[in-house]
Write a protein that binds this ligand. Structure first.
Ligand SMILES: NC(=O)c1ccc[n+]([C@@H]2O[C@H](COP(=O)([O-])OP(=O)(O)OC[C@H]3O[C@@H](n4cnc5c(N)ncnc54)[C@H](OP(=O)(O)O)[C@@H]3O)[C@@H](O)[C@H]2O)c1
Length: 304
Protein backbone atom coordinates (compact mmCIF):
# COMPACT_ATOMS: atom_id res chain seq x y z
CA UNK A 1 0.00 0.00 0.00
CA UNK A 2 1.34 3.44 -0.91
CA UNK A 3 2.24 5.70 1.97
CA UNK A 4 0.35 8.96 1.51
CA UNK A 5 2.59 11.92 0.80
CA UNK A 6 2.84 14.25 3.80
CA UNK A 7 0.43 17.15 3.48
CA UNK A 8 2.19 20.35 2.53
CA UNK A 9 2.14 22.74 5.51
CA UNK A 10 -0.55 25.35 5.43
CA UNK A 11 0.86 28.82 4.74
CA UNK A 12 0.88 30.89 7.93
CA UNK A 13 -1.81 33.45 8.66
CA UNK A 14 0.08 36.73 8.68
CA UNK A 15 -0.60 39.55 11.13
CA UNK A 16 -0.02 42.05 8.31
CA UNK A 17 0.05 41.88 4.52
CA UNK A 18 0.84 44.58 2.01
CA UNK A 19 -0.71 44.53 -1.44
CA UNK A 20 1.56 46.31 -3.91
CA UNK A 21 5.25 45.46 -4.10
CA UNK A 22 6.21 48.92 -5.30
CA UNK A 23 8.09 51.85 -3.80
CA UNK A 24 5.93 52.51 -0.74
CA UNK A 25 4.67 48.94 -0.26
CA UNK A 26 8.19 47.47 -0.12
CA UNK A 27 9.39 50.35 2.03
CA UNK A 28 6.60 49.59 4.56
CA UNK A 29 7.13 45.83 4.29
CA UNK A 30 10.88 46.09 4.87
CA UNK A 31 10.31 47.77 8.24
CA UNK A 32 7.30 45.67 9.26
CA UNK A 33 9.14 42.43 8.47
CA UNK A 34 11.84 43.30 11.01
CA UNK A 35 9.17 43.37 13.74
CA UNK A 36 7.12 40.31 12.71
CA UNK A 37 5.81 38.12 9.90
CA UNK A 38 4.70 40.26 6.99
CA UNK A 39 3.38 39.11 3.62
CA UNK A 40 3.87 41.12 0.46
CA UNK A 41 1.46 40.58 -2.42
CA UNK A 42 2.84 41.32 -5.89
CA UNK A 43 0.87 41.64 -9.11
CA UNK A 44 1.39 37.96 -10.06
CA UNK A 45 3.37 34.83 -9.26
CA UNK A 46 6.13 35.59 -11.74
CA UNK A 47 6.80 38.96 -10.15
CA UNK A 48 6.62 37.35 -6.68
CA UNK A 49 9.23 34.71 -7.62
CA UNK A 50 11.57 37.38 -8.89
CA UNK A 51 11.13 39.49 -5.73
CA UNK A 52 11.69 36.44 -3.47
CA UNK A 53 15.27 36.27 -4.78
CA UNK A 54 15.97 39.49 -2.86
CA UNK A 55 14.91 43.12 -2.98
CA UNK A 56 17.28 46.06 -2.52
CA UNK A 57 15.53 48.43 -0.10
CA UNK A 58 17.46 51.38 1.29
CA UNK A 59 20.74 49.84 0.13
CA UNK A 60 20.16 46.43 1.83
CA UNK A 61 19.16 43.23 0.04
CA UNK A 62 16.01 41.96 1.79
CA UNK A 63 14.29 38.60 1.48
CA UNK A 64 10.60 39.09 2.13
CA UNK A 65 7.63 36.68 2.06
CA UNK A 66 6.28 37.63 -1.35
CA UNK A 67 3.23 36.00 -2.97
CA UNK A 68 1.45 36.51 -6.28
CA UNK A 69 -2.06 37.97 -6.17
CA UNK A 70 -3.45 34.56 -7.24
CA UNK A 71 -1.73 32.64 -4.38
CA UNK A 72 -2.28 34.78 -1.31
CA UNK A 73 -2.05 33.55 2.29
CA UNK A 74 -4.58 34.70 4.89
CA UNK A 75 -3.81 37.86 6.86
CA UNK A 76 -5.38 39.84 9.70
CA UNK A 77 -4.65 43.36 8.48
CA UNK A 78 -4.12 44.23 4.82
CA UNK A 79 -2.56 47.51 3.69
CA UNK A 80 -3.30 48.47 0.08
CA UNK A 81 -0.44 50.26 -1.65
CA UNK A 82 -1.12 49.82 -5.36
CA UNK A 83 -1.65 52.83 -7.59
CA UNK A 84 -5.28 53.94 -7.51
CA UNK A 85 -6.04 52.59 -11.00
CA UNK A 86 -5.37 49.08 -9.64
CA UNK A 87 -7.50 49.42 -6.49
CA UNK A 88 -10.41 47.26 -7.63
CA UNK A 89 -8.12 44.29 -8.35
CA UNK A 90 -6.31 44.82 -5.04
CA UNK A 91 -9.65 44.94 -3.18
CA UNK A 92 -10.59 41.53 -4.64
CA UNK A 93 -7.20 40.15 -3.57
CA UNK A 94 -7.65 41.58 -0.08
CA UNK A 95 -11.02 39.87 0.31
CA UNK A 96 -9.45 36.48 -0.54
CA UNK A 97 -7.12 36.91 2.44
CA UNK A 98 -10.03 36.75 4.93
CA UNK A 99 -8.82 39.86 6.76
CA UNK A 100 -10.15 41.66 9.84
CA UNK A 101 -9.40 44.98 8.19
CA UNK A 102 -8.25 46.56 4.93
CA UNK A 103 -6.52 49.93 5.01
CA UNK A 104 -5.67 52.03 1.99
CA UNK A 105 -2.72 54.39 2.36
CA UNK A 106 -2.99 55.45 -1.28
CA UNK A 107 -3.13 59.03 -2.44
CA UNK A 108 -6.35 60.58 -3.66
CA UNK A 109 -9.76 59.61 -2.34
CA UNK A 110 -10.15 55.88 -2.90
CA UNK A 111 -13.68 54.94 -3.85
CA UNK A 112 -13.27 51.35 -5.10
CA UNK A 113 -12.38 49.84 -1.71
CA UNK A 114 -15.10 51.16 0.54
CA UNK A 115 -18.12 49.16 -0.73
CA UNK A 116 -16.44 45.98 0.57
CA UNK A 117 -16.87 47.02 4.25
CA UNK A 118 -19.23 44.96 6.38
CA UNK A 119 -19.95 44.06 10.01
CA UNK A 120 -16.97 41.67 10.26
CA UNK A 121 -14.62 43.77 8.18
CA UNK A 122 -13.12 47.19 8.88
CA UNK A 123 -12.28 49.10 5.70
CA UNK A 124 -10.88 52.60 5.52
CA UNK A 125 -8.37 55.00 4.08
CA UNK A 126 -5.61 56.58 6.10
CA UNK A 127 -3.02 59.18 5.22
CA UNK A 128 0.74 58.84 5.22
CA UNK A 129 3.58 61.25 4.68
CA UNK A 130 6.06 58.38 4.43
CA UNK A 131 7.74 58.48 1.03
CA UNK A 132 9.76 56.26 -1.27
CA UNK A 133 10.76 55.93 -4.89
CA UNK A 134 12.06 53.05 -6.94
CA UNK A 135 14.56 52.90 -9.77
CA UNK A 136 16.71 50.28 -11.44
CA UNK A 137 18.76 49.91 -8.25
CA UNK A 138 15.81 49.15 -5.96
CA UNK A 139 13.57 50.96 -3.51
CA UNK A 140 14.69 54.13 -1.77
CA UNK A 141 12.72 55.16 1.30
CA UNK A 142 12.89 58.97 1.43
CA UNK A 143 12.85 59.73 5.14
CA UNK A 144 10.37 59.13 7.91
CA UNK A 145 6.86 60.58 7.90
CA UNK A 146 3.66 60.13 9.85
CA UNK A 147 0.83 57.69 9.23
CA UNK A 148 -2.72 58.44 10.38
CA UNK A 149 -5.26 55.60 10.55
CA UNK A 150 -9.04 55.76 10.95
CA UNK A 151 -10.68 54.49 14.16
CA UNK A 152 -11.03 50.71 14.04
CA UNK A 153 -7.41 50.16 13.06
CA UNK A 154 -5.96 50.34 16.60
CA UNK A 155 -4.28 46.92 16.32
CA UNK A 156 -2.66 47.80 13.01
CA UNK A 157 -1.53 51.18 14.37
CA UNK A 158 0.14 49.34 17.27
CA UNK A 159 1.88 46.96 14.84
CA UNK A 160 3.18 49.94 12.84
CA UNK A 161 4.43 51.68 15.99
CA UNK A 162 6.14 48.44 17.12
CA UNK A 163 7.92 48.40 13.75
CA UNK A 164 9.23 51.92 14.32
CA UNK A 165 6.67 53.95 12.35
CA UNK A 166 5.23 57.19 13.66
CA UNK A 167 1.57 56.16 13.46
CA UNK A 168 -1.62 56.94 15.35
CA UNK A 169 -5.37 56.79 15.10
CA UNK A 170 -6.85 60.06 13.81
CA UNK A 171 -10.46 60.41 14.98
CA UNK A 172 -11.24 62.95 12.22
CA UNK A 173 -9.61 61.05 9.37
CA UNK A 174 -11.97 62.66 6.83
CA UNK A 175 -10.40 66.03 7.64
CA UNK A 176 -6.88 64.66 7.12
CA UNK A 177 -7.89 63.04 3.83
CA UNK A 178 -9.49 66.25 2.51
CA UNK A 179 -6.43 68.30 3.47
CA UNK A 180 -4.18 65.82 1.67
CA UNK A 181 -6.47 65.90 -1.37
CA UNK A 182 -6.13 69.70 -1.46
CA UNK A 183 -2.33 69.47 -1.38
CA UNK A 184 -2.20 66.71 -4.00
CA UNK A 185 -4.70 68.41 -6.33
CA UNK A 186 -2.68 71.64 -6.22
CA UNK A 187 0.88 70.29 -6.48
CA UNK A 188 0.76 67.05 -8.48
CA UNK A 189 -0.86 68.08 -11.79
CA UNK A 190 1.14 71.31 -12.03
CA UNK A 191 4.44 69.57 -11.30
CA UNK A 192 3.56 66.90 -13.87
CA UNK A 193 2.50 69.37 -16.56
CA UNK A 194 5.49 71.71 -16.22
CA UNK A 195 7.95 68.91 -15.28
CA UNK A 196 9.40 70.86 -12.38
CA UNK A 197 10.28 69.87 -8.80
CA UNK A 198 7.74 70.86 -6.16
CA UNK A 199 9.67 73.92 -4.96
CA UNK A 200 9.51 75.57 -8.41
CA UNK A 201 5.74 75.87 -8.03
CA UNK A 202 6.26 78.56 -5.39
CA UNK A 203 7.87 80.89 -7.93
CA UNK A 204 6.46 82.77 -10.93
CA UNK A 205 4.92 81.86 -13.27
CA UNK A 206 3.72 78.61 -11.60
CA UNK A 207 2.78 80.27 -8.29
CA UNK A 208 -0.21 82.01 -9.88
CA UNK A 209 -1.63 78.66 -11.02
CA UNK A 210 -0.81 76.94 -7.73
CA UNK A 211 -2.73 79.51 -5.72
CA UNK A 212 -5.59 79.51 -8.23
CA UNK A 213 -5.94 75.72 -7.82
CA UNK A 214 -6.10 76.14 -4.03
CA UNK A 215 -8.70 78.93 -4.22
CA UNK A 216 -10.86 76.99 -6.72
CA UNK A 217 -10.82 73.73 -4.75
CA UNK A 218 -11.35 75.27 -1.33
CA UNK A 219 -15.12 75.95 -1.40
CA UNK A 220 -15.80 72.44 -2.69
CA UNK A 221 -13.64 70.81 -0.01
CA UNK A 222 -15.04 73.14 2.67
CA UNK A 223 -18.55 72.02 1.66
CA UNK A 224 -17.36 68.46 2.38
CA UNK A 225 -16.05 69.44 5.81
CA UNK A 226 -12.51 70.77 5.29
CA UNK A 227 -11.95 73.20 8.15
CA UNK A 228 -9.30 75.43 6.58
CA UNK A 229 -9.84 79.05 5.56
CA UNK A 230 -8.09 80.45 2.48
CA UNK A 231 -4.99 81.67 4.33
CA UNK A 232 -4.58 78.33 6.11
CA UNK A 233 -5.18 76.37 2.90
CA UNK A 234 -2.55 78.39 1.00
CA UNK A 235 -0.13 78.05 3.93
CA UNK A 236 -0.68 74.26 3.99
CA UNK A 237 0.08 73.87 0.28
CA UNK A 238 3.05 76.28 0.33
CA UNK A 239 4.41 74.47 3.39
CA UNK A 240 4.37 71.09 1.63
CA UNK A 241 5.93 72.58 -1.54
CA UNK A 242 8.67 74.14 0.60
CA UNK A 243 9.31 70.98 2.65
CA UNK A 244 9.49 68.87 -0.53
CA UNK A 245 11.12 71.55 -2.71
CA UNK A 246 13.66 69.23 -4.32
CA UNK A 247 11.26 66.28 -4.82
CA UNK A 248 9.59 65.19 -8.02
CA UNK A 249 5.87 64.73 -7.33
CA UNK A 250 4.60 61.18 -7.93
CA UNK A 251 2.51 62.38 -10.89
CA UNK A 252 5.62 63.84 -12.50
CA UNK A 253 7.49 60.57 -11.89
CA UNK A 254 4.62 58.68 -13.56
CA UNK A 255 4.62 61.01 -16.58
CA UNK A 256 8.40 60.74 -16.97
CA UNK A 257 8.18 56.93 -16.77
CA UNK A 258 5.32 56.76 -19.28
CA UNK A 259 2.94 55.29 -16.64
CA UNK A 260 -0.72 56.05 -16.02
CA UNK A 261 -1.05 58.75 -13.36
CA UNK A 262 -3.40 59.00 -10.37
CA UNK A 263 -5.09 62.12 -11.81
CA UNK A 264 -8.53 60.47 -11.65
CA UNK A 265 -8.24 59.71 -7.92
CA UNK A 266 -7.03 63.25 -7.21
CA UNK A 267 -8.32 65.95 -9.60
CA UNK A 268 -10.98 63.60 -10.99
CA UNK A 269 -12.45 62.99 -7.53
CA UNK A 270 -12.48 66.72 -6.85
CA UNK A 271 -14.28 67.39 -10.13
CA UNK A 272 -16.88 64.69 -9.32
CA UNK A 273 -17.72 66.23 -5.92
CA UNK A 274 -20.97 68.18 -5.79
CA UNK A 275 -20.07 71.88 -5.99
CA UNK A 276 -21.76 74.68 -4.07
CA UNK A 277 -23.89 77.01 -6.24
CA UNK A 278 -21.80 79.43 -8.28
CA UNK A 279 -18.55 77.53 -7.79
CA UNK A 280 -16.60 76.35 -10.84
CA UNK A 281 -13.25 74.62 -11.21
CA UNK A 282 -12.03 75.58 -14.69
CA UNK A 283 -8.32 75.38 -13.85
CA UNK A 284 -8.66 71.90 -12.31
CA UNK A 285 -10.74 70.84 -15.33
CA UNK A 286 -8.06 72.10 -17.72
CA UNK A 287 -5.26 70.34 -15.82
CA UNK A 288 -7.27 67.11 -15.71
CA UNK A 289 -7.69 67.23 -19.47
CA UNK A 290 -4.04 68.10 -20.10
CA UNK A 291 -2.60 65.40 -17.82
CA UNK A 292 -4.98 62.76 -19.26
CA UNK A 293 -3.93 63.80 -22.77
CA UNK A 294 -0.23 63.47 -21.90
CA UNK A 295 -0.62 60.07 -20.22
CA UNK A 296 -2.76 58.68 -23.06
CA UNK A 297 0.03 59.58 -25.47
CA UNK A 298 2.53 57.58 -23.35
CA UNK A 299 3.66 54.15 -24.58
CA UNK A 300 2.47 52.36 -21.38
CA UNK A 301 -0.90 53.61 -20.15
CA UNK A 302 -1.54 50.33 -18.25
CA UNK A 303 -0.43 51.81 -14.92
CA UNK A 304 1.99 50.60 -12.27
N1 LIG B 1 5.79 56.51 -3.21
C1 LIG B 1 5.47 57.45 -2.31
O1 LIG B 1 6.33 58.19 -1.81
C2 LIG B 1 4.05 57.59 -1.84
C3 LIG B 1 3.76 58.44 -0.74
C4 LIG B 1 2.44 58.53 -0.27
C5 LIG B 1 1.44 57.82 -0.91
N2 LIG B 1 1.76 57.03 -1.98
C6 LIG B 1 0.68 56.30 -2.61
O2 LIG B 1 0.90 54.91 -2.42
C7 LIG B 1 0.38 54.19 -3.55
C8 LIG B 1 1.51 53.33 -4.13
O3 LIG B 1 2.52 54.21 -4.59
P1 LIG B 1 3.95 53.68 -5.04
O4 LIG B 1 4.77 54.89 -5.27
O5 LIG B 1 4.44 52.65 -4.10
O6 LIG B 1 3.58 52.99 -6.44
P2 LIG B 1 4.39 51.89 -7.26
O7 LIG B 1 5.85 51.99 -6.96
O8 LIG B 1 3.94 52.01 -8.66
O9 LIG B 1 3.89 50.51 -6.64
C9 LIG B 1 2.65 49.95 -6.88
C10 LIG B 1 2.84 48.46 -6.99
O10 LIG B 1 1.57 47.82 -7.03
C11 LIG B 1 1.69 46.70 -7.89
N3 LIG B 1 0.38 46.24 -8.31
C12 LIG B 1 -0.41 46.74 -9.27
N4 LIG B 1 -1.57 46.05 -9.34
C13 LIG B 1 -1.50 45.08 -8.39
C14 LIG B 1 -2.37 44.08 -7.96
N5 LIG B 1 -3.58 43.93 -8.52
N6 LIG B 1 -1.99 43.25 -6.96
C15 LIG B 1 -0.77 43.39 -6.38
N7 LIG B 1 0.11 44.37 -6.75
C16 LIG B 1 -0.25 45.19 -7.73
C17 LIG B 1 2.55 47.21 -9.01
O11 LIG B 1 3.06 46.12 -9.71
P3 LIG B 1 3.88 46.28 -11.08
O12 LIG B 1 5.24 46.73 -10.65
O13 LIG B 1 3.87 44.89 -11.61
O14 LIG B 1 3.14 47.28 -11.91
C18 LIG B 1 3.58 48.02 -8.25
O15 LIG B 1 4.69 47.22 -7.91
C19 LIG B 1 -0.13 55.25 -4.53
O16 LIG B 1 -1.51 55.46 -4.34
C20 LIG B 1 0.64 56.50 -4.12
O17 LIG B 1 -0.03 57.69 -4.44
C21 LIG B 1 3.03 56.88 -2.47
Amino acid sequence: MDTPAPASPLPPRYPVAIIGAGALGLSFAARLAQAGNTAVIARDGERARSLRRGIPVGGRLLRLDVFGAEETPEADWVIVLVKTGDTAAAAATAMAMRPKGVLSLQNGLVEALLPTAGPALTVGQGVTTEGAYRDAHGVHPSGAGETLLPPGFETLAALLVAAGFVARIEPDIAQARLAKLLVNAAINPLAALFRVPNGALLNPPHRLLLDTLVREALPVLQAHGLALDEAAALARVHGVATATAGNRASMLQDILAGRRTEIDAITGVLLRMPTPAGVALPTHQALHTLVRTIEQAAPDSRGG
